[in-house]
Design a binder for this molecule. Structure first.
Ligand code: ATP
Ligand code: MG
Length: 140
């Protein structure tokens, strides 16, 4: 498997509880390198653009409110098979179903406030990275 890049967000529930370092330690222990990172505070409209794919879902409004409620940390993670590796480290969307040792099992509060986002495919990874970072900010 080739070296890939994936896009990651440390969500408001986690930044609020001062868990940025603890979550980054999980990524690094799994062999994922943080090649770009910044702390930002989205507006609800910006969160809506990012999660537009979920616009028809019943939780969309709540999700956008939540993502704009506190600062987030946006990141690019690099490594072998990074997209799948990151999703493995994150664990299932619902923390009640997440495996032991995963970020969501350890830190997530609920299916909505689940501490991290990770891209789900190469195309979405490329789009999401480009939405938040310029090429100059990616330092591998
Ligand atoms: P993400 O895209 O954030 O990495 P995911 O791919 O595991 O998470 P998705 O199905 O893409 O899950 O859902 C996007 C986000 O929407 C979830 O991470 C969660 O914050 C929120 N969400 C998903 N399902 C629900 C739900 N039933 N109720 C409330 N919020 C939800
Ligand atoms: Mg998703």
């Amino acid at each position: 498997m080739a070296v890939q890049r994936t896009f990651s967000i440390i969500k408001p529930d986690a930044t609020k509880r001062n868990l940025t370092g603890a979550i980054n330690a999980k990524f690094e222990a799994a062999g994922l390198r943080i090649v770009a990172q910044k702390r930002i505070h989205l507006t609800k409209a910006q969160a809506g653009v990012f999660y537009a794919v979920h616009a028809e879902r019943p939780f969309y409004d709540e999700l956008c409110e939540f993502m704009a409620s506190e600062p987030i940390v946006v990141q690019v993670l690099e490594g072998e098979d990074a997209i799948a590796k990151n999703r493995e480290v994150m664990g299932a969307t619902n923390p009640a179903e997440a495996d032991e040792g995963t970020i969501r099992k350890e830190f997530a509060l609920s299916i909505g406030e689940n501490s991290v986002h990770g891209s789900d495919a190469p195309e979405t990874a490329a789009e999401e990275i480009a939405y938040f970072f310029s090429g100059l900010e990616l330092v591998g």
